[in-house]
Design a binder for this molecule. Structure first.
Ligand code: ADP
Length: 223
């Protein structure tokens, strides 16, 4: 269903765009081209989630820790997301201006940030701001993303990090329910932890705590 709906929309919009173009109705044709773009983007996100989830399930999630700096990586991620979501939503960030050297897989860390920030944006109103905070603790780094969005019903909190689980208050917001299960696995391979505090109708705070270096028993260093 998740794949068929966008494909069906792409098909019908392409036909309509062609028809309106032949009739010289440029505005209508442009509208349908926009719909095609939206749905291609939707399918791309969906396929990315499914591909990563497939790797997680088969124990083949690529994990290449290296010395990296979380500060600039977070700055880059926030600014590219801010461009993607336009003017209406805002993302505030603190604790990312300084260097934050750690050993981790930069691609997976980016995944954590985009996952948490895009959820916070998706599940809150356009006027509200999302807050990203990065705190350096003694041997750890804590990434916190807070929103004033729809929140999560108490009954769903326990199962949130399970694959495909979506809370009952998501309404028409699109999603696969895979993002948080991927997030948990990414934290696990780094020897980290994830958690959430949320009140329905008030907002949510998701956090990820990662060690500054993955522990020696992490899968990467196993023979
Ligand atoms: P989805 O693709 O459905 O967003 P995720 O795995 O990222 O999947 O999240 C699982 C579920 O957790 C979501 O369907 C939603 O019910 C809930 N959720 C995640 N982030 C938030 C948030 N910031 N605010 C409210 N609900 C959230």
């Amino acid at each position: 269903h998740e794949l068929r709906t966008p494909l069906a929309t792409i098909q019908s919009s392409a036909e309509l765009a062609e028809m309106f173009m032949q009739r010289g109705a440029e505005a209508k044709s442009t509208k349908h081209l926009g719909r095609i773009e939206d749905n291609v983007e939707r399918m791309t996100t969906l396929l990315e989630d499914v591909l990563i989830f497939g790797r997680v399930e088969s124990g083949r999630l690529p994990f290449h820790p290296e010395p990296m700096d979380l500060g600039p990586l977070a700055q880059e991620t926030v600014s590219s997301m801010q461009q993607g979501i336009g003017q209406n939503h805002c993302i505030r960030a603190s604790g990312i201006d300084d260097a934050l050297p750690m050993t981790a897989d930069p691609q997976l860390i980016r995944l954590i940030l985009t996952n948490l920030l895009s959820n916070a944006v998706k599940y809150s109103d356009e006027e509200s701001c999302v807050q990203l905070t990065v705190d350096r603790e003694e041997e750890h780094v804590r990434i916190t993303v807070e929103d004033k969005g729809i929140g999560i019903p108490e009954a769903d909190l326990d199962r949130l990090f399970e694959p495909f689980h979506r809370a009952e208050n998501v309404g028409t917001r699109r999603g696969t329910g895979l993002g948080l299960s991927i997030l948990k696995e990414v934290a696990d391979v780094h020897g980290g932890r994830v958690g959430v505090e949320s009140t329905e109708g008030v907002g949510s705070t998701f956090w990820v705590v990662l060690p500054l270096s993955p522990p020696p028993e992490s899968p990467e260093t196993q023979p």
